[in-house]
Design a protein around this ligand. Sequence first.
Ligand code: ATP
Ligand code: MG
Length: 155
Amino acid sequence: ISKQKVYFSEIINSSIELTIHLADKKNITIETNIDEQVVILGETNRLKQIIVNLIANAINYSLENTMIKLSVYQNKKYGIFEIEDQGIGISKVEITRIFERFYRVDRARSRNSGGTGLGLAIVKHLVEAHQGYIEVHSEEGKGTIFKVYIPIVNT
Ligand code: ATP
Ligand code: MG
């Protein structure tokens, strides 16, 4: 893929625009804490696909009237995007499988949401195409945090 310097904040803002109607339907508030200076090396549309998928999941697997927090910051090597929800969470057993193609946690609620189970497999593939990586932390019944690491531009 052909990469360019992009402001992480611009990717996040347009991804929020694309998903805000889903959040509004469930009265979910999206809170942001974004370092506007973070510049990463990536392909705009693929980066948006990563972020939109993660926001959509956070909304789908949350109850009404909850909050989703998005943050962007950096360390020496990476721009880091963090998304935290107050949703249903993922058990220790299931969390080992969520990046597999077509894997969906076998519960009525995820069947109801009508997805295919491809979202996170694509997300992981796209993150790795950027020489980045993705982490997940979750507690059942409490919520989930995904962290996406994308290389920053060395200046
Ligand atoms: P789609 O292909 O439409 O994205 P999907 O959302 O079911 O379908 P993935 O995005 O790959 O597929 O997610 C896989 C499974 O991981 C989901 O079915 C869900 O069970 C679980 N999951 C993903 N994100 C979250 C989250 N934020 N909170 C709780 N469970 C989640
Ligand atoms: Mg999904």
